[in-house]
Write a protein that binds this ligand. Structure first.
Ligand SMILES: [Mn+2]
Length: 340
């Protein structure tokens, strides 16, 4: 089925529906937050009743975004158990297990589930789909919908879309950046989106406690002898020492700050033997495929998973797999010295 037909079907479903639920993946990032805001503002502009289904989970680092209040207000349908919604839009989720823990399908049944996503491992769940792995972000796909409804000049929507696209492309510099994405970026800039304001607020989202915790995480750095695999950890003790309990989003990026790093891992302890792992890759290893081995998922260069068990055991298991993938055994010819 052609993607334009799919888009047309989703447009028709939105027109025919009245009550909506909008949600995204657990640990919402800038793309998740951005496309939820854009979708909610779009639906309300169309006169629909639309609410966020994961109001408990959106980190307050996004509270500077216009429309953030729509993400944190509780869905009124909680008061009427098992009332069916006309339509639930699931954004930036590759499969139903990535859907917010806040969401309980039994409490929020829907006549139509729409799956809008750009992960290449999307399981194609739902009744209607807009799934395009070539899109930089789910926000870019939501923008196509927004255009169909003539709302592409709305500044709140534009700001949210830009946030999603900038998050997933590293401000239009990662390898997934396309000319098409930059044209949308230019269009949003012309609409009046304040890109410097967004950069400042997305980057300067640290509290002193968050910085102190990051400092401890950075100090934990370890690498393989060749420096190709880099890992760091954030423990519950570090949490207590710094009294920081918030989101560790983007901390894993620091593992990739050396020239030699091919793969970076960040282990954040959630409970005694429960860990969240963030994975970054320069491209030789597919981070999403690697994460899938441990029940997680994501993209080729950024992914995540969780596990319960002994950290040292899982860690050495992971390093083994990564080194094999990077082609250990091939004698290294210290290219870095030549290159410089
Ligand atoms: Mn995304």
């Amino acid at each position: 089925v052609k993607s334009t037909d799919q888009l047309q079907k989703v447009v028709a479903a939105i027109e025919a529906s009245h009550s909506f639920g909008v949600l995204s993946h657990i640990d919402p990032d800038g793309d998740a937050a951005g496309c939820m805001i854009a979708t909610l503002v779009m639906l309300r502009a169309l006169g629909k009743e639309a609410h966020c289904l994961q109001s408990q989970e959106v980190p307050d680092i996004y509270n500077f975004l216009p429309g953030y209040d729509l993400l944190i207000e509780e869905h009124p349908i909680r008061r009427y158990e098992h009332q069916e919604l006309d339509c639930v839009l699931v954004l930036d989720c590759s499969n139903p297990t990535r859907i917010s823990w806040d969401y309980d399908q039994a409490s929020y049944p829907a006549k139509t589930v729409v799956n809008i996503d750009h992960h290449k491992d999307n399981s194609l769940f739902g009744d209607l789909l807009i799934v395009d792995p070539k899109a930089t972000s789910t926000a870019e796909l939501v923008f196509r919908l927004v255009q169909r409804f003539g709302l592409s000049k709305d500044l709140v929507i534009g700001t949210a879309i830009y946030t999603g696209m900038a998050t997933d492309t590293g401000y239009f510099t990662y390898s997934n950046t396309t000319a098409k994405a930059m044209r949308i970026g230019a269009e949003l800039l012309e609409t009046g989106v304040d890109v410097a304001f967004l950069r400042r607020n997305l980057d300067s989202c640290f509290t002193p406690n968050r910085l102190a915790f990051l400092g401890k995480v950075l100090s934990s750095i370890e690498t393989t002898d060749d420096g190709a695999v880099v890992w760091m950890r954030g423990t519950l003790d570090m949490r207590r020492e710094t009294d920081f309990w918030g989101s560790t989003e983007q901390f894993a990026n620091y593992a990739m700050k050396t020239r030699s790093a091919q793969v970076g891992l960040l282990f954040v302890q959630e409970d005694d033997s429960e860990y969240k792992v963030s994975i970054r890759s320069r491209g030789k290893i597919d981070a999403g495929e690697f994460a899938a081995r441990y029940g997680g998922g994501g993209h080729a260069r950024a992914a995540g998973c969780r596990f319960t068990g002994n950290l040292e055991e899982v860690l050495s298991d992971m390093i083994c797999i990564i080194q094999r993938g990077l082609g250990e055994g091939v004698p290294s010819t210290d290219r870095s010295r030549v290159a410089r």
